[in-house]
Write a protein that binds this ligand. Sequence first.
Ligand code: NAD
Ligand code: DAU
Length: 336
Amino acid sequence: MKILVTGGAGFIGSAFIRLTMDAHPEFSVVNLDKLTYAGNLENLKTIEGNPRYRFVRADVCDAAAVDAAFVEHRPDAVVHFAAESHVDRSILSPEPVVSTNFMGSFQILEAAKRHRIGRYVHVSTDEVYGSIPEPLDADESYPLIASSPYSSSKAGSDLLALSYAKTFGFPVMVTRASNNYGPYQFPEKLIPLMISNALEDQALPIYGDGMQVRDWLYVDDHCRAIHAVLAKGEPGEVYNVGGSRALANLEVVHRILKITGKPESLMKTVKDRPGHDRRYAITSEKLEKTTGWRAEMDFELGLQSTIEWYVQNRDWVARVKSGSYRDYYERNYTQR
Ligand code: NAD
Ligand code: DAU
């Protein structure tokens, strides 16, 4: 079975491809990615040369390029990750976010419908539910009350994907995961930013009072959930994917400082994010009952090993921060 993965050079997409190559010999993968600032083919160095893997550089908003990829590679299934994924960037500059997350999702859905793709996973986020008041945990029927341009573009594309199931009988499933962490995450999101700044003795910017709550999910647990939905999900259904590890941001940062042995004086309170959601909390009961999936990684172990990865890969961090990782693409893909 061949899966067309979009956004496979990013943080979660690359983890999904590495997992698929390692644990699913029955699958081959075509990775369609534009290589934005967040897309880095170095993340897939370990599987390069694998005969079950191909890369196509294309923009999901480019209907002709997307169609050409479907014609050339004839995938059986699609897992759609490609997105502008950072909330702060979506506040500073919403246009590429709306364009990729909504119109890009539309182009991939359209091509997949036209080419009669048999299984399709639209990868989404728990942010579509907005801030969840205590003591609730949102299930899949919770209303969509998105707060940022990022989360509203994801909510819009979720509804679009579900409309394809309802209107056209197209076999699409939607997953909504909580905050992922793990290796290869671009150092703009909370955990990798705090780790890389701490390692460089730079200030750790805490938005507002730092008491916002996020539910942390190890990236490989998320990728296993997507495989479970691909195999056992019901078309037209939504599946939450949570890590069952809700923590206030300050608590996460304290743990990072403790593990890295850095002083708390590095923490600096800064202006809060506009429209900042206070608390995310979801239940993954439906996914667990349908597929038997469980989040396996213990947060303390996952954080420890993530920090270890960033310590061992300071050169990767330096390259993605400076943008020089782009040379990797030029060297390996354009000069053959
Ligand atoms: P990321 O920013 O690390 O990677 C995004 C990837 O998409 C990059 O490789 C980028 O080059 C590619 N891309 C962006 N625009 C594109 C376009 N127009 N055409 C083709 N490729 C394009 O993102 P991530 O954190 O890996 O997130 C992947 C998906 O998972 C997103 O849909 C995101 O909404 C969702 N998600 C993320 C999290 C999280 O905590 N990171 C949690 C839940 C859901
Ligand atoms: O919930 C899933 C979502 O998690 C995904 O859909 C998004 O793609 C992903 O980026 C993430 O969104 P968040 O906004 O929750 O993640 P971020 O890492 O940007 O921020 C996590 C929390 O930390 C949030 O409350 C804001 C705070 N924060 C973040 C940064 C970058 C800080 O206090 N300081 C910071 O410098």
